[in-house]
Design a protein around this ligand. Structure first.
Ligand code: MN
Length: 519
């Protein structure tokens, strides 16, 4: 556990100088710091420290992720709107509209109180769903809002000791339920791990202490094993002329706890505590290295995972394998430097600020982020909180299945997805005209649950009757559901109009007869 370091403006500016060179931009950042300092003058944190230590710490974290100047400035000013007399217009004038919009987003996000303590299950669900909804909408406008909010929450967690116990528990629960999964979904592993561990420490202090103790008790033995394995592995890689970098890996306390729970295992049985990571220059190298490793040590069946060919939804890529050496089990991860950056810093690694480069997302990143634009679309239309929450749980927090188009393109879908989910992901028209599905060259019912590796082809027909209410019960993705709903609503509207027209014609006809009669 990292203890809270003391941030100074000098250390912060050093960090900024590390990746921003433009003097005008740097002056702008310094100005934002002065602005925040002046506005928070006289305010204090619960710890008794001057308030400015908090926004400075937040901006420091953001600079560790090499976020762009707009995000850094928003980090410095993130509490100015809420806690000082400064207005949106003031900030817009002094620092420009993008900064003002980001701060407004962060402020709004903070105004919703998470009701993790509500007794009533249903109310709790609805409240939780609303909160997610708010976050998604904020993300839809600008994902940097969430990145600033995560940095804000990280510092609040690091300084939680100064709050009373009830508040500690409420904030820790909210962090564990909402912010850590979001960090995970954005692939920000380092952030996620610290948010989880600090939350766990406040929620389950005894279990936290116990596991932390076990990890440190077994540290020496584990380090000896790891060092020996690392030496052997490096020798093997050198022999095969790889340019490599090997490092040990530390598992966070909360993930050890979760693993013990979900697999009902003792601490000693969690074998990926012994883990090594190999960084290689190219993807080809990664695949040949795994071959070399498997020919030297016995791999454990079913433990080999190829996340390079099939990345996780949060963009994570790597090869994983577990091998047996000297009677111990080691997990080995093999990946490129770029994959490693994404594994640690997630989406932020994609956006790491490079001067003179556009901040525009690459096409692949946009593609990979499609899950969340789908979700936003759905949450904007939906009214039932429970429905939204269910979908979020499926779409965001569950692992996915990966299927192939006949052309070999990978489509990722939530677990339990049906052929219709696949069809609507390909194209709305394909979905609407679907009459059947062919999976691995066999006709399957529309209720078929897609499995990773399936090759899926949809049968479509111009004569198709189109979606019906039953389809709504079948589909698993928010995307398919909202498209079917739109279709059904439109169809109903058209039918009503048609009935209305008939009615109208009949009435006018009658009316004219009536008139004729009286003429
Ligand atoms: Mn704050």
């Amino acid at each position: 556990m990292t203890s809270e370091p003391v941030y100074s403006i000098d250390a912060f500016m050093d960090q900024i100088h590390g990746y921003i060179k433009d003097t005008h931009t740097i002056e702008h950042i310094r100005h934002a710091y002065q602005y925040a300092k002046t506005h928070h003058e006289g305010q204090k944190r619960q710890s008794g420290e001057p308030y400015i230590t908090h926004p400075l710490a937040v901006a420091f974290t953001l600079s560790e992720y090499k976020t762009d100047p707009t995000t850094i400035i928003a980090g410095l000013l993130h509490d100015v709107l809420e806690d000082t007399p400064a207005t949106y217009e003031d900030i817009k004038e002094a620092f420009g509209e993008p900064v003002a919009l980001l701060i407004e987003g962060v402020t709004k996000l903070g105004q919703y109180q998470y009701k993790g303590t509500l007794e009533d299950e249903e109310e709790k669900l609805a409240a939780q769903a609303k909160n997610y909804q708010k976050m998604l909408l904020a993300m839809a406008k600008d994902i940097r809002v969430i990145v600033v909010k995560l940095a804000d929450r990280l510092h609040n967690m690091r300084t939680l000791d100064f709050m009373d116990e009830a508040k500690q528990k409420r904030i820790a629960k909210e962090t564990l339920d909402i912010y850590a999964p979001l960090a995970h979904r954005l692939g920000m592993y380092v952030m996620k791990a610290e948010l989880e561990d600090t939350s766990f420490k406040y929620l389950e202090p005894n279990q936290y202490r116990q596991i932390a103790q076990m990890i440190s008790d077994t540290k020496n033995e584990r380090e000896n094993d790891l060092t020996m394995m690392q030496t052997n592995l490096e020798y093997l890689l050198r022999e095969n002329k790889f340019e490599y970098d090997v490092k040990g890996r530390v598992k966070n306390i909360y993930s050890v706890y979760k693993k013990m729970q979900s697999r009902d295992k003792e601490f000693e049985e969690i074998f990926d505590l012994l883990a090594l990571r190999v960084i290689l220059p190219s993807i080809e190298n990664c695949y040949s290295a795994i071959g070399v490793v498997h020919s030297k040590w016995t791999p454990i069946p079913n433990r080999f995972k190829d996340y390079i060919a099939m990345p996780k939804p949060n963009l994570y890529q790597s090869l994983h394998t577990s091998i047996i050496a000297n009677g111990k089990i080691y997990e080995i991860q093999i990946r490129t430097q770029e994959m490693d950056d994404i594994a640690e810093y997630g989406i932020a690694a994609h956006w790491a600020y490079k001067e003179n480069a556009t901040l525009a997302m690459t096409e692949t990143t946009t593609q990979k982020l499609k899950w969340y634009s789908d979700l936003v679309e759905f949450t904007e239309e939906s009214k039932s909180g429970e429905e939204v929450l269910d979908l979020l749980k499926e779409d965001i927090f569950n692992s996915n299945v990966y299927v192939f188009t006949p052309d070999g393109d990978i489509i990722d879908l939530p677990k339990g997805a049906m052929p219709l989910d696949f069809a609507f992901r390909i194209h709305t028209e394909v979905g609407l005209k679907s009459v059947g599905a062919i999976v691995n060259q066999k006709i399957v019912p529309l209720e078929y649950k897609l499995q990773t590796g399936d090759i899926v082809k949809m049968k479509t027909s111009k004569q198709s009757f189109g979606p019906n209410d039953n389809w709504l019960k079948l589909v698993k993705t928010s995307n398919a559901r909202s498209k079917i709903k739109n279709y059904l609503n439109k169809k109903r509207r058209d039918e009503l109009i048609a009935i209305g027209k008939e009615d109208f014609t009949a009435r006018t006809h009658q009316a004219s007869l009536h008139r004729d009669f009286h003429r």
